[in-house]
Design a protein around this ligand. Structure first.
Ligand SMILES: [Zn+2]
Length: 83
């Protein structure tokens, strides 16, 4: 690994933000998980704040990015992260 800054796009505000300030959710096979350690491979999406989470939820951004429907528990888990 090198020191290249890992910027990822937030699914809510679409800003490119350093990965350490984002929470990642990803799809592992057919399961959606909150990837707290950024260690799971597969298709992922990122979110930077509670406001962005509200927005992403309303517009179904995650569904689009992960090509899957997002269970309500996952949103609850994400909101917990931003408390
Ligand atoms: Zn954002």
């Amino acid at each position: 690994m090198n020191d290249k800054v890992r910027l990822r796009m937030c699914a809510g505000c679409r800003n490119k933000i350093h990965q350490t300030h984002l929470i990642r959710i990803c799809r592992k096979e057919n399961e959606i998980i909150v990837d707290k350690n950024n260690q799971t491979g597969g298709r992922g999406a990122y979110i930077c704040s509670k406001e962005c989470l509200d927005k992403a939820k309303k517009t179904n951004q995650f569904n689009r990015l992960l090509k899957s429907s997002i269970p309500e528990e996952i949103y609850n888990e994400l909101y917990e992260e931003f408390k």
